[in-house]
Design a protein around this ligand. Structure first.
Ligand code: ZN
Ligand code: ZN
Length: 360
């Protein structure tokens, strides 16, 4: 990953934002411009693309290894005084900061430490916008994460058995992802049996699997900081007829969504394409969430595929397409895949079958 180039791209935006430096405190953004993977770090980027990376003593060695071609300031306890001292030394006058990347307390500490100058100016989403379009290395990491996710799912039909709990199945998926090359999990695995599948997000419990249950699994592997996100709904034995029909409906809605994705189209329009299929079937009220979201260094990032979203999809973004229909007391179906937005359409990242698998 070319971190100096990313800093140059951010630096190029600073004049129009009318600041002479940008202070990054959201960790995915710090990682994006510096390469630092630890849990505490900040980066100041100046208009020439140069800057300063800050961390505490625990990450001195790690940041020495990871952060290339950037001055490092290692503080012993508090960021605010180190930041103030550096800003004074560099003579910056107006600093942009990430309004979504500070606590109220953290903001107070920094503004007290730096005094009247430099001025602190809040911004939202500046680096996130740069991150929308994935570079080839980022796409490769996402593909590797998806490959581990797929490999884990393919083992599930064999390991599904009556009497196992949701928590046990979630653990099996997680182990399989780790064995297939995941560094970790993208998020807490969702495993929902039978009526529990009616909850879009469900924490695995000790609910035991019975014949006729649907099994909804939402899971993803993490590789090199990049996330995968996939949902499949399968069944042990014959599921209720209504859920079979719902699976077919959600499958068609997902295809309509995938068919609507292309560079330049609005996220809201893609949502509408899939939602329309579900509404036509009279199930609109049973689809209570957005169609999808961007995936990258964060599991949920831009662009958003939702009815009220103002995002437009750029070529090179990676987004999920994940319609769902949930019927209280009976169960639910969601099918989710990641696609790369291209000029003429999209490329579905390689995934296992989306047809309903019925484990005998
Ligand atoms: Zn998901
Ligand atoms: Zn998702």
């Amino acid at each position: 990953m070319d971190h100096p180039l990313r800093r140059k791209r951010l630096a190029a935006r600073l004049p129009e934002l009318d600041v002479d430096a940008m202070l990054l405190t959201r960790l995915p953004n710090v990682r994006y411009v510096s390469g630092f993977t630890g849990s505490n770090g900040q980066t100041l980027v100046r208009t020439d693309g140069d800057g300063v990376f800050f961390t505490d003593g625990r990450y001195d060695e790690q940041s020495r290894r990871e952060v290339e071609r950037l001055e490092r300031v290692v503080y012993s306890r508090e960021f605010a005084p180190a930041c103030a001292k550096t800003c004074a030394r560099l003579g910056v006058r107006r600093i942009g900061f990430e309004s979504a990347g500070v606590t109220y307390k953290g903001f107070q500490e920094v503004s007290e430490a730096i005094g009247e100058t430099p001025e602190l100016v809040p911004f939202d989403g500046v680096v996130e916008r740069l991150r929308l379009v994935k570079e080839p290395d980022e796409l490769r990491a996402i593909e590797r994460a998806q490959a581990a996710t797929d490999a884990a799912f393919e083992q599930i039909p064999d390991s599904l058995h009556e009497g196992m709990t949701e928590a046990e199945l979630a653990l099996e998926l997680e182990l399989a992802m780790r064995r297939a090359g995941a560094d970790g999990l993208s998020f807490e695995t969702i495993a929902a049996f039978g009526e529990n599948a009616a909850e879009p997000h469900h924490e695995p419990t000790d609910r035991r699997l019975r014949r006729g249950d649907v099994v909804k699994l939402d899971f993803g592997a993490l590789v090199n900081g990049y996330h995968a996100d996939m949902t499949r709904t399968i069944a042990l034995g014959e599921p209720p007829d209504e859920l079979r029909r719902v699976h077919d409906l959600v499958r068609r809605a997902q295809q309509a969504g995938i068919d609507a994705v292309r560079a330049g189209v609005a996220g809201a329009e893609v949502d509408g394409a899939a939602r329309g299929v579900i509404e036509e079937a009279g199930r609109g009220a049973a689809f209570p969430h957005g169609l999808g979201h961007g995936v990258g260094l964060e599991i949920h990032e831009g662009p958003s595929l939702y009815l009220t979203s103002e995002d437009v999809l750029p070529a090179g973004a990676v987004v999920t397409v994940e319609p769902g229909v949930y019927l209280a007391g009976l169960g639910g179906v969601r099918i989710e895949d990641m696609v790369e937005v291209t000029e003429g359409g999209c490329r579905v990242l390689p995934t296992s079958t989306r047809e309903l698998i019925i484990v005998p």
